[in-house]
Design a binder for this molecule. Structure first.
Ligand code: MD3
Ligand code: FE
Length: 229
């Protein structure tokens, strides 16, 4: 599961129009963490995503979701796109409506969708059609315990994760919850694509240490693009 370095040739500029926010893949570092899990370091200029994020949150604000056991997650969450991930005492599921507002989730910004599709294509998953984006905000002390993402209908579609703000230590164990894990430190602008054999690996985020990012302050944001329905 250790970092084998490889270079994937950029497709941008050929069949795909590359938005300015997406950094040139020649300059970006592509790392295969394990089969199906590709890290695209410094793939996106997150300053381009920040206003879109802020406008989403004016419509569907951050909230702390509850688990079926009545615990609150330590992250605060929202969504954009057709389907949003929600969790409450009834359990978790994808929903077309934001339970907080009773309205649809805000539309997925074009720049978000283009980024997710371009990252997926660069990682070897062409034709990715995300229909939802989960937005998680981590403050220092927040974490995410080892879990699998298996509520999505299409197991062949990858998940694309975008990190913004301060660093976090991500870990992945594999098909079993327990056992040795591999760690990856994720920084602002890093994108990870999880597909194929890695799609159902257990993974999580270690307790966030305090630090400050010049634009985002003492928080980390994670966007996960999914084909949920
Ligand atoms: C690995 N988020 O939102 S990256 C999540 O960094 C989540 O905030 C973490 O786990 C974060 O569900 C981890 C995203 C991620 C998403 C799906 C995966 C990693 C994955 C599916 C399989 C393996
Ligand atoms: Fe996850």
């Amino acid at each position: 599961m250790r970092g084998v370095k490889s270079n994937i040739m950029p497709v941008a500029g050929q069949e795909m129009k590359k938005a300015s926010m997406m950094r040139d893949l020649f300059a970006s570092d592509t790392v295969d963490i394990c089969p199906g899990m590709v890290l695209l370091r410094q793939f996106v200029d997150t300053a381009e995503l920040q206003p879109e994020l802020e406008s989403i949150l004016t419509v569907s604000p951050l909230r702390r979701m509850q688990t079926s056991r009545g615990f609150y997650l330590s992250v605060q969450s929202s969504n954009c796109g057709q389907l949003g991930w929600v969790s409450d005492r009834q359990g978790y599921r994808y929903s077309t409506l934001d339970p907080l507002t009773g309205q649809s989730w805000p539309a997925m910004p074009k720049a978000f969708r283009a980024l997710a599709q371009h990252a997926a294509e660069c990682a070897g998953f062409p034709g990715f059609m995300p229909d939802g984006c989960l937005i998680n905000q981590y403050q220092p002390g927040a974490q995410m315990g080892a879990h699998q993402d298996r509520d999505e209908a299409d197991a062949d579609a990858p998940i694309v994760s975008v990190s913004m703000g301060i660093d976090a230590r991500f870990f992945v164990t594999g098909p079993e919850r327990r056992g040795r894990s591999s760690a990856v430190d994720l920084s602002d602008g890093d994108v990870v694509v999880f597909g194929g054999p890695a799609r159902h690996h257990y993974h999580g985020v270690r307790k966030l240490k305090f630090s400050e990012h010049p634009r985002f302050g003492a928080v980390r944001w994670n966007l996960t693009f999914r084909k949920a329905g």
